[in-house]
Design a protein around this ligand. Structure first.
Ligand code: COA
Length: 261
């Protein structure tokens, strides 16, 4: 397992846990953390033994408080564009991964922290978590995909409240507007994230990969094209052993064992 300075990576059977680990800065992202997360995601994608990834933050205070603000004073406009593009690419990597990714939100989930969570497939939050995009208060705006993904997830009205006012919202409110899938007591967060990860890890990997792809990208095309993509992928799944296994298991009333073949 690779050693990193700003994140922890742990294997738990077929689940990979990535923990953002700069608790003294509320797990804010510096350049090293962006690069290390990118590397850990590449390795997870390539490792056939990993079937689901959970991203969380160290401690009980923060998932991540966003980009490390201490980097900003020395950023030129050109470097700011590069930093924005790099963060966008890394978070987009999560969206493009062939495996499901869960954000286990263990506290403040702000700025880049929320943008990271938005790129994940599922979000489970601890009751005390607070979510938001406070960048406007610094005279800037979310630059790691936030303005684009938030509106797609919660709609324009709520996205404008979150981005243009910069107020933090509670986990309960986030659940109401569909920003998170579930809210649980902090003590149960790991257990709940693991249970969800386990379910996903036991699912049929190829069908899950394409379901994620169709939901993320098929929906960016006009409905007719999206449906054509859906039909093509539906056909591809009929070439898999997992499809036969799923049908056979149903017929013989047993639990399927999907192998990703
Ligand atoms: N970048 C760099 N350092 C950060 C940080 C960030 N995004 N967020 C928190 N920190 C640091 C604080 O400066 C503080 O460091 P210090 O102990 O050396 O003073 C430490 O983390 C703890 O944070 P603190 O502000 O003391 O905790 P709090 O409970 O009073 O407030 C927050 C928590 C999250 C509300 C507050 O830290 C905050 O608003 N952070 C910035 C969030 C933000 O604007 N994110 C978008 C960045 S583009």
């Amino acid at each position: 397992m690779a050693e990193y300075e700003t994140i922890k990576v742990e294997r738990d059977e077929d689940i990979l846990w990535i923990t953002l680990n700069r608790p003294h800065r509320l797990n804010a992202f510096n350049d090293v953390m962006v690069r290390e997360l990118s590397d850990a995601l590449d390795r997870a994608e390539e490792d056939p033994g990993v079937r689901c990834i959970v991203i969380t933050g160290e401690g009980d205070r923060a998932f991540s408080a966003g980009a490390d603000i201490t980097m900003f004073p020395k950023l030129t406009p050109d470097r700011a564009v590069e930093a924005s593009r790099l963060g966008q690419e890394v978070f987009t990597k999560i969206e493009r991964m062939s495996k499901p990714v869960i954000a286990a939100i263990n506290g403040y989930c702000l700025g880049g922290g929320l943008e990271l969570a938005l790129a994940c497939d599922f979000r489970i939050a601890a009751e005390h978590a607070e979510l938001g995009n406070p960048e406007i208060r610094l005279g800037i705006l979310p630059g790691w995909g936030g303005t684009q993904r938030l509106v797609r997830l919660v709609g324009l009205a709520k996205a404008k409240e979150i981005v243009m006012l910069g107020d933090r919202i509670s986990a309960e409110e986030a659940l109401k507007i569909g920003l998170v899938n579930k809210v649980v007591p902090f003590e149960k967060l790991r257990e709940e994230a693991r249970a969800l990860a386990k379910r996903l890890a036991e699912g049929p990997p190829v069908a899950l990969k394409y379901a994620k792809w169709l939901l993320n990208f098929g929906t960016q095309a006009p409905l007719d094209i999206g449906q054509r993509l859906e039909a093509g992928v539906f056909g591809v799944l009929f070439t898999t052993k997992d499809m036969r296994e799923g049908i056979e298991a149903f017929m013989s009333k047993r639990k399927p064992e999907f192998k990703g073949e």
